[in-house]
Design a protein around this ligand. Structure first.
Ligand code: GTP
Ligand code: MG
Length: 447
């Protein structure tokens, strides 16, 4: 247990029914005795009490070590009024507590071995989750989703190291079966790579899929965005070139966040009229091409009312391309109506929709999510690989991939040991204070 006792308001600022103040540390219990009318408490019980001269409250005492931080914890549920809460906070400080830094309760949980670093990060992910999916993944990570994977690979590498050390200790009598050893190492590396890739895709899904709506002017990109959102977010008009600046919007579909970007219509080079608007339009199209390059999926929208083929020069990656024929409601009644096949564009999937009637709009959104989840490892994953993990994993893979070039068994053993240590670093073993400060500073005060 750390020597000092910390205190913080754990609920957001503002008025509300209940506010929570939390104390953790050696003196939490004593401070609570001194500021309330109660003198004895049993652990994990809630008491009706008075904080003297301040408020009528509910007090919960959690005796170490079975607490969130691993230390004695007191939670005070009072009226959620800033005057009341500040008064309790000041009184706690007068009695010996100090104000907690952001994330300090969770940092203490980590330092006291209640959570490893991937689980502490998961606490932050739960707080910041912006979709049902990302919240669920964070909960799984909190239960040890990534920790178990790391442990699995650590044991595999340690077993390999053990084999190697036996050879090193008895080099004169045991022959080293180099090919069998490298075969095992290769299998572990491949399995690790697959898991990392899955975790990275899960991370992508947690942040949301980026979907760019692109196509010729007037095909109905903005109309489609508005229909998906069920509100008039983007300006729609008969005038070609209505959208110039990208319009971004976020939706949740099947519990997953989708970041939609409505873009400026792609004009052919010959269509630019050299007036003062041309430069603005060109800028808009440069931006559109940037969105195309970055998006997870590109909805290439074409017009089914009349044939108007787009220029595909900047859409090279067909694996991310979903061909969307819009204005399906007009296709058969318009004299110039066309079918989607006439466009002859090779895309991952093609679908006819109508922004006007809403036909197939749900299906369109299902397509990209189902495609992303098609890999069952992603849909069943219980862990996420964030940027910090990714950097460490890259170093591990660099070491494992290079071992094969090494002849000296002592160096090979050292390299495997280093990979094992790096795996431990993901869990927070032997990480520097600077790394911890960086992670916990993202937390809110009181967590
Ligand atoms: N009948 C019908 N009309 C549509 C549909 N989608 C869009 N429109 C019409 O097509 C015209 C152009 O729609 P917009 O959504 O502004 O097209 P856009 O692709 O965003 O155009 P720019 O921003 O100029 O590139 C408008 O008059 C819409 O009402 C549809 O599904 N059916
Ligand atoms: Mg538009």
């Amino acid at each position: 247990m750390l020597a000092d006792t910390i205190v913080a308001i754990s609920t957001p600022m503002g008025k509300g029914a209940i506010g929570l103040i939390r104390l953790s540390g050696l003196s939490a219990f004593k401070i609570c005795q001194e500021m309330s009318n109660l003198s004895s408490f049993k652990s994990h019980k809630v008491y009706h009490a008075y904080i003297i001269d301040i408020d009528e409250v509910l007090l919960t005492y959690f005796k170490a070590p079975h607490t969130y931080t691993g230390e004695d914890v007191i939670e005070i549920s009072c009226h959620n009024n800033m005057v009341v809460m500040q008064a309790i906070l000041s009184l706690s400080q007068k009695l010996g507590a100090r104000l907690a830094k952001p994330g300090e309760f969770t940092e203490r949980a980590f330092l006291n071995g209640k959570l490893d670093l991937t689980q502490a990060e998961a606490v932050l992910d739960v707080i910041h989750a912006e979709s049902t999916y990302s919240e669920q993944i964070a909960q799984k990570q909190l239960k040890g989703g990534l920790s178990k994977q790391i442990e699995y690979f650590r044991i595999k590498l340690l077993n390999l190291l053990k084999d190697l050390e036996v050879v090193l200790d008895h080099e004169d009598i045991i022959d080293f079966d180099r090919s069998a050893f490298f075969c095992k190492l290769k299998d572990i590396t491949l399995e690790l790579k697959r898991k990392i890739k899955t975790g990275e895709r899960v991370n992508r899904l947690c942040h949301g899929l980026d979907v760019a709506l692109v196509g010729r002017p007037n095909v109905g990109k903005s109309s489609l965005l508005n229909t998906i959102l069920d509100k008039e977010k983007s300006i729609v008009s008969k005038v070609s070139g209505t959208t110039r600046d990208a319009v971004e919007a976020v939706i949740e579909h099947q519990g997953i966040r989708i970041n939609l970007i409505d873009t400026a219509g792609l004009k052919h080079a010959t269509e630019f009229i050299d007036d003062q608007h041309a430069e603005i339009e060109r800028q808009g199209i440069i931006k559109t091409n940037e969105y195309i390059a970055q998006a997870d999926y590109v909805f290439l929208i074409v017009d089914l009312e009349r044939y108007d083929p787009p220029d595909l020069t900047n859409i090279k990656d067909r694996d991310r391309l979903i061909l969307v024929g819009n204005k399906d409601d007009l296709r058969l009644i318009s004299p110039s109506g066309v079918s989607l096949t006439k466009y002859q564009i090779a895309a991952k999937v093609e679908i006819s929709v109508s922004a006007k009637t809403g036909k197939n709009i749900e299906k369109l959104l299902d397509i990209c999510i189902d495609d992303f989840l098609r890999n069952s490892e992603v849909s069943e994953s219980k862990f996420v690989v964030n940027n910090r993990h990714q950097l460490i994993f890259n170093n591990i893979l660099l070491i494992l991939d290079n071992i094969v070039k090494e002849d000296d068994l002592v160096v090979i053993a050292m390299d495997i040991r280093q990979a094992v240590n790096l795996l431990a670093e993901i869990l927070g073993i032997d990480v520097t204070e600077a790394v911890l400060d960086l992670i916990f500073s993202d937390f809110c005060i009181g967590k």
